[in-house]
Design a protein. Structure first.
Length: 297
């Protein structure tokens, strides 16, 4: 039985605003969130590594919760591995998240657009195809910013406003130097600092992301799968290969979730690995965003 409507997947905390945006569209949908922190960051991995890591964690999601659909709340995974993952899990609806290039092309006034994302996203041919298809008459300036992703994942929720502004200022100044009047937040992590980015960029710059579009697409998918019955999880597990954990990482806590899917509170946030310091950070995040902390899966 599908006790969970949507499972959200990201490398860490980046997709939480996407989950909250979906709840505004579908307030009755039951959601759970898994940050694949054991494999963080995805933005520095090869295409095959991204596919292997994501397929491993989707198998865990299906085995643990058997959701009606999975939302890949990560631009890097979506741009790099969405089609391979759909082939690996043919019975599981998978909704991707890609940079809002089409929207940016509609709102820009001077046809100069900045794209802020991970290195994997800005360098991927799929990203260029989005530009070619939807913004061919624009100049799109791309910036991969792994340092900002790391700041958001590791420090954001205990940082001061000035520290957040300092973290986004290099990107804002970079796009300003090219005269961009529109900036796309092309990594879900960056939605956490959208207000700081708007402030750093100034009143003449529009800062956008793809939260609304993903929420609407997820709602459409849910309509298609409400008839699903027991047994879906067996056919949806696919054949994704596991990828090894990085033994050079700090020793992780081994708290494991042991509850049933029906016992999970809506919007519960889980991670695949965390140190004691990281757990404190995640608990602070959950308190600030008013979502339940589930622990290490």
């Amino acid at each position: 039985m599908n006790c969970i409507d949507f499972a959200f997947l990201d490398s860490g905390t980046g997709g939480i605003p996407y989950m909250l945006a979906l709840k505004e569209v579908l307030p009755d949908a039951k959601c759970v969130y898994l940050g694949d922190t054991a494999h963080f960051p995805y933005g520095q991995k090869s295409n095959q590594e991204v596919t292997d890591c994501a397929s491993e964690v989707i198998q865990t999601i299906v085995r643990t919760w058997n959701p009606k659909a999975v939302v890949i709340a990560c631009n890097t995974i979506s741009v790099t591995a969405l089609e391979p993952l759909r082939k690996l899990f043919p019975s599981l609806p998978i909704i991707g998240t890609v940079p809002a290039v089409k929207l940016a092309a509609k709102v820009t006034r001077n046809k100069r657009i900045g794209l802020l994302a991970t290195n994997a996203t800005v360098n991927h041919p799929y990203c260029q195809k989005l530009v070619d298809d939807f913004a061919s008459d624009c100049t799109v300036i791309k910036r991969g910013d792994p340092e900002l992703v790391s700041f958001i994942e590791k420090k954001l929720f205990t940082s001061t406003e000035e520290e957040r502004l300092e973290a986004v200022r290099p990107a804002a100044e970079f796009f300003a130097s090219y005269g961009c009047d529109t900036v796309i937040l092309g990594c879900t992590h960056f939605t956490h600092i959208a207000s700081e980015m708007k402030k750093a960029c100034g009143a003449g710059v529009t800062v956008i992301d793809s939260r609304d579009g993903v929420a609407r697409q997820a709602a459409r998918q849910l309509e298609k799968v409400t008839h699903l019955e027991n047994g879906t999880s067996d056919s949806a597990q696919g054949t994704g290969q596991s990828s090894p954990k990085d033994s050079s990482q700090p020793q992780k806590q081994e708290e494991k979730f042991s509850g049933s899917p029906s016992s999970i509170s809506d919007l519960t946030f889980f991670v695949t690995a965390a140190t004691e310091d990281e757990i404190r950070e995640y608990k602070s995040l959950c308190k600030n965003m008013n979502i339940p902390w589930g622990g290490v899966l």
